[in-house]
Design a protein around this ligand. Structure first.
Ligand SMILES: C[S@@+](CC[C@H](N)C(=O)[O-])C[C@H]1O[C@@H](n2cnc3c(N)ncnc32)[C@H](O)[C@@H]1O
Length: 233
């Protein structure tokens, strides 16, 4: 039995055994110590169609423009074997936005960092939103299915399940975050899906998805976006 090919993209400090861990080189990091098997820009990676068993990525997809992210999701779909898995985690924009409008200024600074990125390196900016409904729509268009979502934060209940529903956990929720202890109430979403359709017209699917971001009479902008992705999927 050949060893499964599992990619962990944007791994940074989280080295996963059994995966090919890939990230930008140490020279691109200012505050973290990156440990990878390969140092590369994930936009430059290339694998043969239907050779990859899993593509996994935590808190990286939001760092790409809407065109780039769609190109990556389409390429990952092409590389995956039928039934192959995509496991992508990002900040949950929808839940974060809900928290933002009901929070005081102190918590809004932390929430805005979660929404817009940490800004300590040229890659550390978030360029688009991801949420359960967006993942489901975009990934369906690109030939993925069999979705499962997990929504979570690093609050006490998540880190110590035994405290679920307890008085202490409720206090922590009220307080919002216990930042110095590594706890926070910032919302994340993990999306698990499989490649369920083989022949997808990626260009047409991406055009439909990008068209949703047009406001008013902006056909020329769609042309520019499509020019950006031309030859990349
Ligand atoms: C917010 S960190 C997340 C790190 C880790 N996955 C985690 O969840 O803790 C984003 C990572 O994506 C990587 N990244 C961003 N753009 C990239 C690119 N174009 N190619 C490769 N890695 C990239 C960064 O170098 C960084 O390590």
């Amino acid at each position: 039995m050949p060893k499964p090919l599992k990619l962990h993209l944007g791994c940074q400090e989280k080295y996963l055994e059994g995966y090919v861990n890939i990230d930008l080189p140490p020279s691109e990091h200012t505050a973290q110590i990156v440990r990878a098997d390969e140092y590369a820009d994930v936009r430059d990676l290339s694998y043969d169609p239907e050779t990859v068993d899993e593509v996994r990525s935590h808190h990286m997809l939001e760092h790409f423009s809407r065109q780039e992210a769609l190109v990556l999701l389409a390429r990952w779909h092409r590389w995956l074997k039928m039934g192959g898995i995509i496991h992508v985690e990002t900040p949950d924009f929808e839940e974060s936005a809900k928290k933002f409008v009901t929070s005081g200024l102190d918590d809004q600074f932390a929430l805005a960092r979660h929404i817009f990125g940490s800004h300590e390196a040229s890659w550390a900016y978030h360029k688009d939103f991801w949420s359960e409904s967006k993942f489901a729509y975009v990934l369906h268009e690109l030939g993925y299915g069999d979705f499962r979502f997990e929504k979570f934060s690093n609050n006490l209940e998540q880190k110590i399940p035994a405290l679920k529903g307890s008085f202490i956990a409720k206090q922590e929720k009220l307080l919002g975050k216990l930042g110095k202890m590594g706890f926070n109430n910032l919302s994340n979403i993990a999306c698990y899906a499989k490649k369920v359709v083989r022949d997808v017209d990626y260009g047409a699917a991406i055009k439909r998805i990008l068209g949703k971001s047009l406001v008013g009479r902006e056909k020329k902008i769609l042309d520019v976006w499509m020019e950006d992705i031309s030859g990349k999927v």
